[in-house]
Design a protein around this ligand. Structure first.
Ligand SMILES: [Zn+2]
Length: 322
């Protein structure tokens, strides 16, 4: 017969431990009621909002977006189609939106950039938002507000909302290096390899408890290896090369599209090599190209990435918390 503890049941702890646990939880409850701040700083949470590569809207997954949440501050990285809705599904309050980072000017990373900020504002966001990314982010932002002035002005006069445009501060990034830092984290950018989209960036987020790197879209890049050195989590964009012909076969511009994808994406196998060279603990495969080919199973993605990587591999899916 298997003893209860080995069969998976938890043995009942001795009486003194039960009493200690009761006192600890009673104290925590009392502290919460008195509003005493917990001694521990808030944990850094990463949620994959959209994990599909490419701008075509799909049933299977939203376009590129991630959010890092620390306490009540949200840092969104990339704004593909559906980012605001995905944030709602993830349960992140729109009023928490504080920083938006754009890796590069491609529609699967930018289509809902303006919409995210605009819709968050209709949901009660009334505090400063800083947006960081390559040019022409400033012009895009200005034109977005102009394009939607009818709605924005109506809501300001009719619903007595704060003006939206002064809340948004845009910072164009043209080179790698430290982008910003605040009380929660430091953000560093590195140029990645995404011809012909220049500049294109990967970002590293160093928080108190963990470090997270988002590669952006890139061919295998030494800069990503340097950026991700020793990081806890590397979210890398990946493709599955044998399936690219099937993917581009759906469109008339197949040869040019195939050439473009192969020039600026990284195979899952190479992402594993990069993760190993950087010495990261966990590799998350995201921005999957193709995003919805039923012939490529989870095992195939993970197996390819594990060929040259000894750490943990996670196949990204929408709303997964890492
Ligand atoms: Zn791209």
């Amino acid at each position: 017969m298997i003893p209860a503890s080995r069969a998976g049941a938890h043995p009942i702890p001795p009486k003194q431990f039960r009493r200690r646990a009761f006192l600890a939880s009673a104290f925590a409850f009392g502290a919460r009621r008195l509003g005493i701040a917990a001694a521990e700083p808030p944990r850094t949470k990463l949620v994959l909002l959209g994990t599909g590569g490419g701008p075509r809207p799909r049933k299977a997954s939203a376009a590129s977006a991630q959010v890092i949440v620390i306490g009540n501050v949200a840092y969104v990285i990339d704004c593909g189609d559906g980012v605001a809705r995905q944030l709602a599904y993830a349960g992140v309050p729109f009023t928490a939106l504080r920083h938006v980072f754009i890796t590069h000017q491609h529609s699967d990373h930018t289509a809902d950039y303006g919409n995210l900020i605009w819709l968050a504002w209709t949901a009660g966001l009334s505090s400063r938002v800083d947006a960081w990314g390559p040019p022409p982010l400033e012009r895009m932002t200005k034109l977005f507000f102009q394009m939607n002035a009818a709605d924005i002005n109506t809501r300001i006069s009719n619903e007595r909302r704060l003006a939206l445009e002064p809340l948004v501060h845009v910072h164009e990034i043209r080179a790698g290096g430290v982008v910003m830092s605040d009380e929660n984290l430091k953000v560093t950018a590195a140029l990645v390899d995404h011809p012909p989209v220049v500049p294109a960036f990967g970002f590293r987020f160093d928080a108190r408890d963990r470090s997270i790197v988002i590669s952006g879209d890139t061919a295998p890049s030494d800069n990503v290896v340097k950026l991700a050195r020793g990081a806890d989590v590397l979210v890398h964009s990946v493709m599955y090369p044998p399936a690219i012909d099937r993917l581009v076969g759906r469109v008339s511009n197949a040869p040019a599209l195939k050439e473009s994808i192969l020039a600026h994406q990284t195979s899952a196998e190479d992402a594993g090599r990069i993760a190993e060279a950087a010495g990261v603990r966990t590799l998350v495969l995201s921005h999957l190209v193709p995003a919805d080919d039923p012939e490529i199973t989870e095992e195939m993605w993970v197996e390819a990435a594990k060929r040259h990587f000894s750490g943990k591999v996670i196949l990204g899916r929408d709303l997964l918390e890492v």
